[in-house]
Design a protein around this ligand. Structure first.
Ligand code: HEC
Length: 124
């Protein structure tokens, strides 16, 4: 087999595996079908927000992004012009639509229950 055919076959294999995984998103449990995720999750993962804020905005170093979320204007301002060490995401990297989808994903994550409402924690 000549080198051109080998390159073509390699390319087709690469393309096929890319298409096979296109509807899946990396999750910290493995690779999960996108239909099992809420809207906006794919953008949140693809943009790398999870690296510092966790897959569900739960945070790592006190960087929680869960409800009650800051107003959209403040959120967008932080992402475009971070106040401290967070990397900036310009509109060239992340469109306004993607930013709104990420905001809506985070806003729709259910909040944790109040510990006073959890019988096991009541101490009775
Ligand atoms: C490399 C780590 C890192 C990544 C990646 C990252 N952030 Fe941040 N984020 C931070 C840090 C650190 C802060 C604290 C403020 C600062 O440094 O500007 C922060 C703060 C924030 C805040 C303000 C939270 C509040 O309540 O004040 C928002 C909103 C936010 N990040 C959203 C995002 C979104 C959306 C993405 C993905 C598009 C993202 N971040 C990606 C590190 C990160």
């Amino acid at each position: 087999m000549n080198i051109r055919k080998k390159i073509l076959i390699g390319f087709l294999f690469g393309l096929a595996s890319h298409l096979a995984t296109a509807q899946q998103t990396l999750d910290f449990m493995g690779v999960v079908d996108d239909s099992q995720h809420p809207a906006g999750y794919r953008e949140y993962v693809e943009m790398g927000c999870w690296q510092c804020h966790g897959f569900q905005g739960q945070g790592g170093l006190n960087l929680k992004l869960v409800a009650p979320l800051i107003p959209y204007e403040a959120f967008a301002n932080q992402v475009r012009r971070p106040r401290n060490v967070m990397p900036a995401y310009s509109p060239n990297i992340m469109s306004e639509d993607v930013l709104q989808e990420i905001y809506s994903y985070l806003q729709n994550i259910p909040t944790s229950p109040n510990p006073d409402d959890i019988p096991l924690l009541s101490g009775d």
